[in-house]
Every structure is written in structure tokens, then in C-alpha cells.
Design a protein around this ligand. Structure first.
Ligand SMILES: CC(C)(COP(=O)(O)OP(=O)(O)OC[C@H]1O[C@@H](n2cnc3c(N)ncnc32)[C@H](O)[C@@H]1OP(=O)(O)O)[C@@H](O)C(=O)NCCC(=O)NCCS
Length: 154
């Protein structure tokens, strides 16, 4: 498996993977799914260098994506998704470790993210990578509850 910056030629595969991941992500309402689909698709298409977009490939097939943004020295992990046939194979772990390496190189001292409390696979993943629950956000994005998890890099 290879992790690299998302390649332009993989954009449509990335949008398809985004759709698959969002539709079966745990705890998201229909409103959230549709809103995030548009939001993340726009980020994937964006040329804005403020976003870090990573891809995981195996034999040239796209099997995972990660999107992060940066603000005031802190990285926000916007979305990570692995193709259902390639899960539990450390793909997300490798994508997040690459994000952390890139963040450190830029001097970012912290990575944070929000996740639905029902999304146990994702919460387990972040805990395994030493993210801690920093807050519980009630009625946050689209009136849904979210857990805010963080990790200090420095
Ligand atoms: C969450 C997700 C990204 C995990 O990707 P993955 O490549 O399978 O994760 P990894 O193989 O790196 O898993 C690392 C650890 O996370 C935890 N984990 C991952 N999937 C899990 C599951 N289905 N159930 C319980 N724990 C899970 C485990 O602790 C695992 O370590 P282990 O396999 O040694 O037990 C993937 O399930 C996914 O794409 N889900 C849909 C999109 C989504 O919800 N993204 C997160 C948005 S906040």
C-alpha cells in the first residue's frame, strides 16, 4: 500500500470513495450525509493549498482518502475513509500517521477532529493513535452531537 498526496487523475475515484464512506458511516443523519457530500466534494475539487489531501493506493486502485485543513498552527482532520473491502488493514492508521508527519514538518502543534459518538470504529481508531476526548459537543453540526478529539504533536 502506498500513501501520497491525492493525484488529480484519481479525483473521480476519490469522490466515489467519499460517497461510499459517507453513506455507510455510523451515526450520520441523512441531512448530514448530503451536506458533507457536497462540502467534501468541493474540498476534493479545490486547488486551495490550505487543504492537505492524501490518498492510499494498492496496485494503482484508490483504497483510502484523508482530508485535513489548517488554521492558526493547528490541523483539523476533516475526513478519513477507507474502502469497505480494505478495512482493518491499517490503511486509516497509515493515512493519519502521514498527516501527523506532515503537520509536524509544518510546525503544527496539534491535530483535532470531530466524530459522531455512535461511530465506534472511528473512535477506537483515534484512541489507538492516542487522540483523547477534549469535549462533547451537543447539538453541533446540523444539530447532531459530536465528540471532539485531539492529539498534541509538540
Ligand atoms: C473508521 C475507518 C476510517 C477505519 O479505517 P481502517 O483502515 O479500517 O482502520 P485501521 O485498520 O487503521 O484500524 C485501526 C484500529 O481502529 C479500530 N477499528 C477500526 N475499525 C474498527 C471496527 N470496525 N470496529 C472496532 N474497532 C475498529 C481498531 O482498534 C483498529 O485496530 P485493530 O485492527 O488492530 O484492532 C473506516 O472504518 C471507515 O472508512 N469508515 C467510514 C468512514 C468514517 O466513518 N470515517 C471517520 C469519520 S470521523
Amino acid at each position: 500500500m502506498k500513501i501520497s498526496l491525492l493525484k488529480e487523475e484519481n479525483l473521480s475515484e476519490a469522490i466515489e470513495l467519499l460517497r461510499i464512506g459517507l453513506l455507510n458511516s455510523l451515526g450520520l443523519s441523512e441531512v448530514e450525509k448530503q451536506a458533507y457530500l457536497i462540502y467534501f466534494e468541493n474540498i476534493l475539487k479545490s486547488k486551495d493549498h490550505h487543504y492537505l489531501k492524501l490518498q492510499a493506493t494498492e496496485f494503482k486502485k484508490l483504497i483510502g482518502i484523508l482530508i485535513a485543513s489548517e488554521s492558526a498552527g493547528v490541523k483539523y482532520l476533516e475526513w478519513v475513509c477507507v474502502h469497505p473491502e480494505h478495512r482493518r488493514n491499517s490503511v486509516a492508521t497509515k493515512l493519519i500517521k502521514t498527516l501527523e508527519r506532515e503537520a509536524k514538518k509544518k510546525g503544527n502543534h496539534k491535530v483535532y477532529l470531530t466524530v459522531k459518538p455512535e461511530n465506534r470504529p472511528a473512535i477506537n481508531l483515534y484512541q489507538k493513535l492516542d487522540y483523547f476526548q477534549e469535549a462533547y459537543l451537543k447539538r453541533q453540526w446540523y444539530k447532531g452531537d459530536y465528540v471532539l478529539m485531539s492529539k498534541f504533536l509538540f
